[in-house]
Design a binder for this molecule. Structure first.
Ligand code: FAD
Ligand code: THG
Length: 797
């Protein structure tokens, strides 16, 4: 590719304009931005966005996108830094604002909880009788979206970019799996604009553009209501305001007040229903007053002055929702050079554009993009009915108080393991991950609670109402049963990838940090790094045969990454759906499985981190001596058709209990095993993450040249006074110094554990820090790891 690749950006909304600026600023100056509408009120969502920017988000990445957007637009003069205020009118919301303050602190945004009086001072029209308190972020504010488009486009044009209005993209051209250009219709007729790179920034038209390239874009456009009041006596400029208990937000337009509502029914818009060609404002549909009436009444409850005035200029404005609320960023699988920058709010626009530009120009982004990558979805999550239903539900829940484990209720169930029927019989409490139903504990194990001291010992503990949600003392009993006896864990949702061919070993060797070119029967724990040495994943690689490997992965991103890098003569296959896996773990695992198999399961006969195939009863299995819970035992894999038979065969011994995800997570945290995406991401290197042991010295692999053993921060376990949930800020001597990743109660060691990223000087065991949990100070102390079985006596025996 030339050093200035010919780049086409589809869409001159705020995302396309921001991207043109970010790309040309990095030297990619051959940029053409095409838009079907006029410039810069193109008729897309950006033309109507009232532009509120609340930066704080549970996601570190989304918060950082917003913080960059604020900094950039403030510098460009298209941002009014009026501050942001979110008020609580219910005790539940008030508590949740404390959680939110924690996120802001963890991710580096200054924000304060303020009392009712201060809220009324910031927003004199508020009825103080309704407000319990608020969360105030002084750097939030209003982006003038169209002006931000102009300002960024202006800079890009100054560096050589072209912006073409009235140019509608009608086709995507490609050859040999690589994009070559786009077909365009304009007043001058039809022509092809050749390009090496095409980025789709077409907002809620994204699925239509994707379809031109044979790509499914999981995005649902929905209409959302926004109206302005007539002039309100006494209205004076103030912060942007959220009243989330009623799904409302507010801003000033001079002496008028703009009111946005998410309280109405979801109003999905299909691609073919988007305003026909020639419509000047396709993002706006007729205002449906009956939907807005209740919102207006709620608005006037909070701001009584609104009772005296009417509303006007209402719109039902369209923008994009995805199944999980995150944007869609990345290169299309199967079509090189075709990129997406979709489902992006004004709030995150400059940050997302920067990330995309970094990916294009540098091959990696400084942001952790795992939540946003286009390829994160499983095939079932691309089904149109799923995208519509989850998109609608995300609209409904946009301001709800959501527990991190809380799943959506529909559409479910989707993916079930072959053990599902048994899990239901055992009273499984199911939550969802990657479309899978995953039991977190089993009611059938409740009788195990009493002998261990009952609920008062196992349940109450140092655990508040939030940490107790989607949790049960039964998980403690399952943890004990695993450490003392043997338990079955459904590992079917673990992503399994088969890689094969004569050149498979050489290919994997080049991709992996560890030596995976070992003899058949070996299993290797390894990392995948990006070009900058950041951790893309941690995997197990089992060599089943000379030319065949099975990879235990973290998700679809791994499948995409491995597939993308594989040469033509190496095959990569997702075998997850056709297979299943049960972990048989605990000191009595050998006693359980040995009588069922001819495989020699003795310590010398079946070494730790090896694999082989054999039979368990009637069932052909691949057995791997690996345990994410840190106990003796095996992962047993078989085909989906025989899964139930395998489960029943193991169960019939009468020895095991079934273990759920809650116990599983506690056990792995106790053992110090990292969870990718939570404990470490591309933002972190192997050494600071405590995973240097998985990097083989003297070996070449992707990311090696960027690696450094010099570290300034570290992931360490804290022993805390209370169970927390994750993402909380950690303080030392009154200063914010880091944040929590994974947290769980360690039932074996009898202490709450919280892993945290801390500056290296604070990582010596014994260092005292504080976790801020819902604004409460929870004392904690850095500990040496692993906290459980440091001598590996439980595993190697
Ligand atoms: P758009 O601005 O829609 O730009 C896409 C462009 O692609 C359009 O200009 C379109 O003409 C062009 N295009 C499409 N198809 C083609 C084609 N075939 N060929 C050529 N060009 C094409 N966000 C916030 O952060 N804060 C808010 O307060 C806020 N409030 C909102 C209120 C309303 C009423 C609405 C509607 C949205 C609101 N949003 C808000 C969301 C925000 O407006 C959008 O998420 C954002 O503007 C999307 O920007 P974009 O550049 O991706 O899309
Ligand atoms: N099982 C299998 N594959 C997996 C996981 C799994 N892939 C994804 C994810 N889980 C990877 N995570 C881990 C983390 C730790 C270990 C295994 C998978 C582990 N580590 C040992 C240790 O650190 O002491 C052994 C390391 C070594 O000997 O090199 O067991 O659950 N199949």
């Amino acid at each position: 590719m030339a050093s200035r690749p010919r780049t086409v950006i589809i869409g001159a909304g705020i995302v396309g304009c921001a991207l043109a600026d970010e790309l040309t600023g990095r030297g990619w100056t051959d940029v053409t931005v095409l838009d079907r509408g006029p410039l810069f009120a193109t008729g897309g969502s950006s033309s109507h966005a009232p532009g509120l920017v609340f930066q704080t988000n549970p996601s570190k990445t989304m918060t950082e996108f917003a913080a960059y957007t604020v900094r950039k637009y403030a510098a460009l003069g298209c941002f009014e830094q009026v501050g942001g205020l979110e008020v609580a009118t219910t005790p539940e919301r008030w508590l949740d604002l404390h959680r939110k303050q924690g996120w802001a602190e963890s991710w580096g945004v200054e924000g304060h909880l303020v009392d009712t009086a201060r809220c009324a001072e910031l927003w004199p029209l508020l009825d103080p009788g309704k407000v319990l308190g608020g969360f105030h972020v002084p750097t939030d504010g209003l982006a003038a979206a169209v002006r931000c488009c102009e300002a960024q486009a202006g800079r890009a044009i100054g560096r050589g970019a072209r912006f073409l209005a009235g140019h509608t993209v009608v086709g995507v051209h490609h050859q040999g799996g690589r994009v070559t250009g786009v077909a365009v219709e304009s007043a001058d007729g039809y022509r092809v604009v050749e390009a090496d790179v095409v980025v789709c920034a077409a907002g809620f038209w994204g699925p239509s553009i994707g379809a031109m390239a044979g790509l499914t874009v999981p995005l649902q456009p929905l209409a959302h209501q926004y109206a302005r009041s007539a002039p309100v006596p006494g209205a004076a400029a103030g912060p942007i305001l959220r009243h989330q208990d009623r799904d409302l937000y507010f801003r000033h337009h001079g002496d008028r007040i703009g009111v946005g509502s998410y309280s109405h029914r979801p109003m999905p818009v299909a691609q073919h229903e988007i305003g026909p060609g020639g419509t000047t404002m396709p993002s706006v549909r007729a205002f449906t007053e009956e939907d807005f009436e209740p919102a207006w009444r709620d608005a006037a409850e909070l701001l009584p002055a609104l009772k005296e005035v009417a509303y006007q200029d209402g719109i039902n404005g369209i923008f994009s929702f995805t199944p999980d609320g995150f944007p869609l960023i990345g290169e299309a699988p199967g079509l090189d050079g075709f990129w997406m920058a979709e489902a992006v709010w004004v709030t995150h626009s400059a940050g997302v554009a920067r990330a995309v530009a970094e990916l294009l120009v540098d091959g990696r982004s400084g942001y952790d993009l795992h939540e946003c990558e286009l390829s994160r979805f499983e095939p079932v999550q691309l089904a149109p009915a799923y995208v519509t239903e989850r998109g609608k539900q995300n609209f409904v829940e946009v301001y709800d108080v959501i527990h991190p484990l809380q799943p959506m209720l529909a559409p479910r169930p989707m993916r079930t393991s072959p053990f599902h029927a048994r899990q239901r019989e055992l009273g499984g409490y199911f939550l969802e991950a990657a479309g899978w139903e995953r039991p977190h504990w089993f009611e059938a194990n409740r009788p195990l609670v009493e002998p261990l001291g009952g609920e008062p010992v196992l349940g109450a503990g140092p655990r508040d109402e939030w940490a107790a949600r989607h949790w049960s003392p039964i998980a403690a009993a399952e943890s004990h049963a695993t450490r003392e006896g043997v338990a079955l864990y459904d590992m079917t949702p673990l992503k399994r990838i088969e890689v094969g061919g004569a050149k498979a070993a050489a290919f994997l060797q080049r991709l992996m940090t560890n030596d995976v070119d070992r003899k058949p029967g070996s299993v290797t724990y390894t990392l995948l790094l990006d070009a900058g040495g950041g951790i893309r994943s941690d995997l197990t690689v089992a060599r089943l045969a000379e030319d065949r490997f099975q990879i235990g992965a973290n998700g679809n991103l791994d499948l995409d990454w491995i597939t993308r890098h594989a040469p033509g003569d190496v095959y990569v296959r997702d075998i997850t759906p056709g297979t299943c896996c049960v972990g048989v773990w605990g000191p009595r695992a050998r006693e359980l499985v040995q009588p069922l198999t001819d495989m020699d399961l003795s310590h010398a006969g079946f070494r730790y981190f090896t694999c082989r195939s054999g039979y368990v009863g009637l069932v052909p299995v691949t057995a791997m001596r690996v345990s994410y819970v840190g106990e003796l035992g095996w992962e047993l894999y078989t085909t989906a058709d025989l899964g139930l038979k395998l489960w029943d065969t193991l169960w019939a011994t009468g020895l095991p209990v079934a273990g759920g995800r809650a116990a599983f997570n506690s056990l792995r945290v106790e053992k110090g095993y990292r969870l990718w995406g939570v404990d470490m991401t591309t933002e972190h290197g192997p050494y600071e993450a405590g995973l240097g042991f998985a990097v083989k010295a003297g070996k070449d692999f992707v990311g090696r040249d960027a690696l450094t053993t010099e570290i300034s921060r570290k992931l360490v376990p804290l022993l805390s006074a209370e169970v927390v949930m994750g993402k909380e800020p950690v303080r030392h001597a009154g200063r914010t110094v880091g944040y929590v990743t994974s947290a769980a109660y360690g039932h074996t060691i009898g202490r709450p554990i919280a892993y945290a990223w801390l500056p290296i000087e604070l990582t010596a065991p014994g260092t005292h820090v504080d976790i801020s949990y819902f604004g409460r100070r929870v004392p904690a102390e850095v500990a040496a790891e692993p906290l459980y079985d440091p001598q590996m006596e439980k595993i190697r025996r």
